[in-house]
Design a protein around this ligand. Structure first.
Ligand SMILES: [Zn+2]
Length: 574
């Protein structure tokens, strides 16, 4: 920021609705049109003013040695264009970097400015953002990137292309160190910026109305010769296609960042690095532990028939994952998308607090009404749903957040599209990743635990199960159709499958039965929430003290036992 910006005009016309707006009124409204809600582009200095705590910004150096690396000339020599951009914006380059606090949370910010040569990514911009990332690494504080760019700076040739790799490896170093990275996509973010640090951060937020893509609409129209669909590449399009975690209105952006920084950025207790209990733990818990565990004392509600339990587990009034996120947890911030192609509505996940502790919660979502159930695909996750869950599990591990999963699915989506998109491999990758995820994982079967789709969220250090939930390799109807003369044998199949919580507890498949108020959870959701919360805390807190290596080794032992499952003998099952 070397020169003063030129005087602003008193009035401006909204690009969205053509209203003539008094400039000061527009600015008071964060440059969002009060008439139509269109978000006007912001320069980097104004963006920083809106985001950081007043007086907290400490600019990082913004000047690098002059560079015109390939002596580029079009109708004007490149240095002339640079000088003109500097004069018109008052900036040294197309990015402004600094340290600041946001809601009291320290962060390093790099904010791009589209007015400066279209926010293009040249060597200086790449270097400045890289230095900001290195500062974040040194300080161990989150890096926040606000992007606005047409892409790489062609006046610097292939050297500008290389900046995509330079900045990406700085992001990778933060990822390795478990330091949060966030990008905020603003309008427009395209080309080399979109295909690197705008999207390879831990979290990607899109400002309302922002467009992001690799190729710009003009290029795509030229190449394909086709008109583009309405809303193509807009923030809402990106959310639908799984490419951003959330779309945020400008007035909510600062608050959202504060919530995310609080949940993921700072204040987490360091996990013990040395597995000092390793040897003792191995002795006390040999791999060939008997899998039969005593049933819980004092929790013996009148035995409900297995088929009745199936019907209770499927009851549309039964609390869903989103209900529990509201009643058991605090401050849930939902994260969306698999970063590839879709956002599966049957899986929800995000950061939340349990008794003041931050964690990642991931669960299947059904619904109470037919419309909700249809919209959520009855809680049957697509491959994109499994990949979203996988992304959030890995993010949690990087940031040192424990994972709590809430399992309630009839099974993974069995459709044609799911097969085309690799359903089997998607489930397999989740199961494998969970066996080695270096953070505590606590799973709760809350309703239906249907087959591989359930296990994709349930390879955990502790597996709990609500008293009237079910967990099974196949639905009773499916089992009856295969092994009995017809599907009407489902009640017999339900009994034979040993799918109730008490049975699975005796088999050692689950570690604890979470009691439900009588007669069942949906009759008293508040009491159910209280019981679940108590069970979660009782099981989670001891895991937090276990060194990661021990945690993972014990988790593997837990699932290693089942090969020689002695508990399957009749003696083990009442
Ligand atoms: Zn407007």
């Amino acid at each position: 920021m070397t020169a003063t910006a030129p005087r602003e005009a008193l009035w401006s016309r909204c690009a969205g609705c053509s209203s003539l707006l008094y400039r000061k009124r527009l600015r008071r409204n964060l440059d969002v049109c009060p008439e139509c809600g269109a978000h006007t582009r912001l320069g980097a200095p104004e963006r920083l003013r809106q985001l950081v705590d007043p007086g907290s910004l400490r600019p990082l150096p913004d000047r690098l040695p002059e560079a015109d690396p390939i002596d580029f000339v079009d109708v004007l020599p490149y240095p002339h264009r640079l000088s003109a951009a500097r004069a018109s914006t008052g900036l040294s380059e197309a990015v402004v970097c600094g340290t600041a606090t946001i809601g009291g949370h320290p962060a390093v910010l790099a904010v791009m400015d589209f007015r400066f040569l279209g926010g293009s990514l040249g060597c200086a911009v790449g270097e400045l953002i890289t230095q900001a990332a290195e500062r974040a690494l040194d300080d161990g504080v989150p890096l926040i990137l606000v992007t606005a760019s047409g892409g790489a700076r062609m006046q610097e040739g292939a050297l500008s292309l290389m900046q995509m790799a330079t900045v990406s490896q700085a992001i990778a170093a933060l990822r390795e160190a478990g330091v949060l990275t966030v990008s905020v996509l603003t309008d427009p973010t395209y080309g080399g910026v979109a295909a690197s640090f705008a999207t390879n951060t831990d979290l990607v937020l899109a400002e309302s109305g922002a467009r992001m893509g690799f190729a710009g609409p003009r290029v795509i129209r030229q190449v394909t010769g086709r008109a583009l669909p309405e809303g193509f590449q807009t923030a809402d399009f990106l959310l639908r296609h799984g490419q951003v975690d959330m779309v945020v209105q400008r007035r909510s952006l600062r608050g959202r960042l504060v919530a995310l920084l609080a949940a993921t950025g700072s204040g987490r207790p360091p996990r013990p690095a040395v597995p000092r209990q390793d040897v003792a733990a191995r002795r006390e818990r040999p791999a060939d532990d008997p899998v039969v565990v005593p049933p819980p004392a004092g929790d013996a509600p009148a035995d409900r028939d297995a088929w009745d339990t199936v019907r209770v587990a499927r009851h549309p009034g039964r609390p869903t994952t989103l209900d529990y996120l509201d009643s058991v947890f605090d401050g849930f911030v939902e994260l969306h998308g698999d970063r590839l192609a879709a956002d599966c509505p049957a899986v929800v996940g995000g950061v939340a607090r349990l008794d003041g502790r931050h964690l990642m919660v991931i669960g299947h979502q059904k619904g109470h009404t037919t419309a909700e159930l249809v919209a959520r695909n009855f809680g049957m996750a697509s491959p994109a749903g499994h990949r979203k869950a996988l992304r959030l599990m890995r993010l949690a591990a990087r940031l040192g957040l424990p994972v709590v999963t809430l399992v309630d699915t009839p099974g993974a989506d069995p459709g044609v599209g799911a097969e085309e998109q690799g359903q089997a491999a998607a489930i397999a990758e989740n199961i494998l990743t969970l066996t080695m995820l270096p953070t505590p994982v606590l799973a709760v079967i809350t309703g239906e635990g249907g087959s591989g789709g359930a296990l994709a969220l349930a390879v955990a250090d502790r597996v709990l199960m609500l008293r009237n939930a079910i967990y099974s390799v196949i639905s009773p109807e499916g089992c009856a159709a295969i092994l009995w003369p017809d599907r009407s044998a489902a009640p017999q199949a339900a009994r034979a499958l040993r799918l109730t919580a008490p049975d699975l507890h005796r088999l050692g498949v689950i570690d604890e039965v979470v009691p439900e108020p009588a007669p069942a959870a949906h009759h008293d959701p508040a009491e159910t929430a209280r019981l679940l919360r108590a069970a979660l805390l009782a099981n989670l807190l001891p895991l937090l003290d276990v060194p990661t290596a021990t945690l993972v080794r014990r988790r593997r032992q837990r699932f290693r036992r089942f090969g020689a499952a002695r508990g399957l003998s009749r003696a083990g099952v009442r």
